[in-house]
Design a protein around this ligand. Structure first.
Ligand SMILES: [Zn+2]
Length: 398
């Protein structure tokens, strides 16, 4: 748990604000005279459920305990954190004390990714250079609306175009290398990491661009490359499209996890806004942990080939560990969600409805490979399944 979360959990906003403002109960909430502007009628509200405050008067602003203290005491975030941590009896390590510097550094890296996203998107949408990428998307039947919503882009077939563009905006080579957009050469100098590729900005749940996925436009390999691990990018903790999917996931209380970027685009284009992408064959515990804050109903739609099956078995153990309700969509052999959704939307809807509990799927996929009548195969099946079963924490399910 981060120290910020810890402080928020320890302290109650009503209690804190009451030390500065005389609050009166107003339904579930509290109101009082705004401490930040002069007024005769109370327009300053505190919401205990959200642990937030808002002035509906002249200020028209609000926030959490941190922003309240920053404004009231006239301190910066780091100082507010120290004040509130002290109040909550939480000792700050030297790491947290320097967290403001870290936050500012990360903010800069997000800005760089944002600038790169706009640049790539402009090249794709409005330049001759983006023609091949536009044709590729047209062949895959991706609509202009989806291209815009997901801010797809094109990285030019050149070594220093993005680098020079961003240096021109005042960012340093060191920062560009840190966020993974350029690669530094051992003998000195550097060059653009992404060249002649279709660009998929990967966002965190708040919609900030943390990194990129990049696909070739022909059959060359590797087909996909990604941003490297960076202070703001950890591929194993992010689900592609989660920022666009989050409200529908909450509303439907269901998330459908697919593998690829194109699967996510096609799903959203066909009205399945609760679909996110694992960006690889295996689902990680961090990815599951993140999405579980939105819903505990998780459905996996992974390719029905061996890789998908193996990934699901590993993923299954993770899901069981996190006590989520997990189901698996069984796709027709050789088809990925992208193809099924665009070729036969009705079939996709049916498959989602028929998703199978993951434990049943695990048994079926192992048993279908062995002849259950042969004693040797039987013990093999048990050996393969036992580790999974042992990991299930819920005694009822076991
Ligand atoms: Zn006010």
């Amino acid at each position: 748990m981060s120290v910020i979360t810890e402080v928020k959990q320890r302290l109650d906003i009503v209690e804190l604000v009451s030390e500065y403002v005389t609050l009166q109960k107003a339904g579930r909430n509290f109101k009082g005279l705004c401490p930040f502007h002069s007024e005769k009628h109370a327009s300053f509200f505190v919401f205990p459920e959200q642990q937030s405050w808002h002035c509906f008067g002249a200020c028209g602003t609000g926030g959490d305990i941190f922003s309240f203290i920053m404004k009231k005491e006239g301190v910066d975030f780091g100082q507010a954190l120290r004040l509130l941590a002290q109040r909550g009896g939480i000792t700050l390590g030297p790491l947290e004390a320097s967290s403001k510097v870290e936050d500012e550094k990360k903010e800069k890296l997000f800005q760089i990714n944002e600038a790169a996203t706009e640049y790539y998107h402009h090249l794709l949408s409005s330049t001759k250079a983006g023609g091949a990428a536009r044709s590729y998307l047209a062949r895959r039947k991706v609509t202009p609306e989806v291209i815009k919503e997901f801010r797809l882009g094109f990285s030019p077939d050149a070594w220093e175009t993005l680098k020079n563009y961003l240096l021109g905006k005042g960012y340093t080579e060191k920062e560009l290398a840190e966020v993974g957009l350029i690669i530094e050469k051992e003998e000195g100098g550097s060059y653009d990491r992404f060249r002649n590729r279709l660009m998929f900005p990967i966002c965190d749940i708040q919609g900030r661009v943390t990194g990129f996925g990049a696909r070739v436009l022909d059959d060359s390999l590797p087909k996909y490359i990604n941003s490297p691990q960076a202070p703001i990018f950890d591929k194993s903790s992010i689900l592609y499209g989660v920022d666009k999917a989050k409200s529908t996931v909450r509303k439907k209380n269901l998330v459908i996890i697919v593998e690829g970027y194109m699967d996510v685009l096609t799903a959203h284009q066909h009205g399945w806004q609760n679909v996110v992408g694992s960006m690889g064959t295996s689902l990680t515990e961090k990815q599951v942990g993140g999405i579980k804050r939105l819903t505990s109903n998780i459905t996996l739609a992974l390719d029905a080939d061996l890789a998908g099956e193996e990934a699901t078995l590993r993923g299954r153990a993770i899901l069981a560990y996190s006590n989520a309700e997990a189901n698996v969509i069984l796709l027709p052999p050789g088809k990925d969600p992208d193809e099924v959704i665009s070729e036969d939307p009705a079939l996709w809807e049916k498959l989602v409805g028929q998703a199978m509990p993951i434990l049943d799927f695990a048994f079926q996929s192992v048993i279908s490979k062995v002849d259950i009548n042969k004693a040797k195969d039987k013990s093999l099946a048990v050996q393969k399944l036992l580790p999974s079963i042992n990991e299930i924490k819920d005694p009822v399910q076991q």
